[in-house]
Design a protein around this ligand. Structure first.
Ligand code: NAD
Length: 448
């Protein structure tokens, strides 16, 4: 049994039976059994079922958002947005199913054609920060392409995935196609990675566990998609609209209490605008509404667990430029914190995964690019400037998978998402997401 807490109140909200190796094997066997019939469902019918699931998510949006908010401690307004995106992702892949077609290639002596085939049983392992949202990025393309799935939610946050499994059955998705298996990473996750009947692991989580996924997958030559950690840069040039950039910056790093792989937790500011920007940033951060996640107006909640709070606190080694307030009483609260740092400081190099941002000055464009790229990660980032040429020059020069210019935006259902370097590989969302859940088959038909 594992005990599920509300991080804002420390109240027990559920007791969950954790699956073991035996249950994992049984789930894989069910998914394997369901695969031939599911792959044979016509794309139009698979699309219809996915669309129905999307509609059920919309109809149950408030309930799913409340589950997510209570389980993760995230503000309800944000949770509604995330569940809304889950529905959009299913709608998107319902629309994409019949556009995932092959090619005909002119060759001598016949006709060559390609097909996109499903992989079989795929194992999906997801983290606790955006439990249902991240699961949907994998489930949408996996199911659309005709794979069957065993989904392992994070130990701390299994509730929304379990509810989704019920909705999938209600939508008419056949039994065995989507299996949700709460349990430990080291048990269920590990077994999925080793299992000879699992064709692929779609993983989102820490870079450390990502390494072991990749190592473990080698034995069976499993396909892997790895969405891992980040230490993204928010690059603010002196010619930017500083008010706008400073007003947006807290949301780019304190959203989800900083427990966001896309968090722009390194705020790089051109030296000539540094003092002014720091002043504006402190003001904007002071305005962040921290408190009860169930309150519609709340913008930042607690961290997910007491253990995680300890890790986050360990990054604050010096007196910060700014430290916000937190509610009194129970809950795993940690204040929004701004730290003036050097690029070599630990807080500027390692992923904090909490509401702690490092503020770093840079001299000029070349220096900004150098500091931004001086990271083992490359997931996300932002550039703020009113100079269009510079914006695109810098965007091309930063080694990262996702960038926004004069914006914090990172994810949309229709655009590719994924990392460079130790942030992982493979792309989710958009039409690129389909490539991770289908295999290209080449067929030559002789006409001679
Ligand atoms: P984590 O790596 O500890 O766990 C992620 C998942 O892997 C969980 O379901 C966990 O049970 C499972 N797991 C743990 N050990 C395992 C093992 N040995 N074998 C198989 N599975 C195992 O990560 P977390 O703490 O849940 O999430 C935080 C991390 O996730 C951060 O580093 C964050 O940057 C990253 N993240 C990345 C993205 C992205 O898209 N790039 C998105 C969200 C979170």
């Amino acid at each position: 049994m594992s005990t599920i807490l509300n991080p804002a109140t420390e109240e027990v909200i559920a007791e969950i039976e954790a699956a073991g190796v035996e249950e994992t094997d049984a789930a894989v066997a069910r998914a394997k059994e369901a695969f031939p019939a599911w792959r044979a469902v016509s794309p139009a019918d698979r699309a219809r079922l996915l669309r129905r699931l999307a509609t059920l998510v919309e109809e149950n949006l408030e309930e799913l958002a409340r589950i997510e908010s209570r389980n993760v401690g995230k503000p309800i307004a944000g949770a509604r947005g995330e569940v809304g995106m889950v529905a959009q992702v299913f709608h998107y892949y319902a629309g994409a199913v019949d556009k995932n077609f092959g090619e005909t290639i002119p060759v001598a002596g016949g006709i060559d054609m390609t097909f996109r085939e499903p992989l079989g049983v795929v194992g999906l392992i997801v983290p606790w920060n955006f439990p249902l949202n991240i699961a949907s990025w994998k489930l949408g393309p996996a199911l659309a392409c005709g794979n069957t799935v065993v989904l392992k939610p994070a130990e701390l946050t299994p509730l929304s995935a379990l509810r989704l499994a019920e909705l999938a059955l209600e939508a008419g998705i056949p039994e065995g196609v989507l299996n949700v298996l709460p349990g430990k990473g080291s048990v269920v996750g590990q077994r999925l990675i080793e299992h000879p009947d699992v064709a692929k692991i779609g993983f989102t989580g820490s870079t450390e566990v990502g390494e072991s996924v990749m190592r473990g997958a080698a034995a069976t030559i499993k396909r892997v998609t790895l969405e891992l950690g980040g230490k993204s840069a928010n690059v603010v040039f002196a010619d930017a609209d500083l008010e706008k950039a400073a007003a947006a910056a807290p949301y780019a790093v304190f959203d989800n209490a900083g427990q966001d792989c896309c968090a722009r937790s390194r705020i790089l500011v051109e030296a000539s605008a540094y003092d002014r920007f720091a002043e504006l940033l402190v003001e904007a951060t002071r305005g962040l509404r921290v408190g009860d996640p169930e309150d519609d107006a709340t913008e930042m909640g607690p961290l997910v667990s007491a253990a995680h709070r300890e890790t986050v606190a360990s990054f604050v080694e010096a007196e910060p430029l700014y430290r916000g307030d937190t509610p009194d009483g129970k809950g795993f609260w940690y204040p929004a914190t701004l730290i003036e740092a050097r690029p070599e400081d630990r807080v500027a190099r390692e992923e904090v995964f909490g509401p702690v941002a490092a503020l770093i000055p840079f001299a000029d464009e070349a220096d900004a690019i150098r500091i931004a790229n001086d990271s083992e990660y490359g997931l996300s980032g932002s550039i703020w400037t009113e100079n269009g040429g510079r914006a695109l020059r810098v965007a091309r020069a930063i080694d990262t998978g996702v960038l926004s210019i004069n914006s914090n935006s990172s994810v949309r259902p229709s655009t590719p998402f994924g990392g460079f370097k130790r942030s992982g590989f493979g792309r989710e969302l958009g039409m690129h997401g389909l490539a991770g859940y289908s295999e290209v088959k080449n067929v030559f038909y002789s006409t001679e």
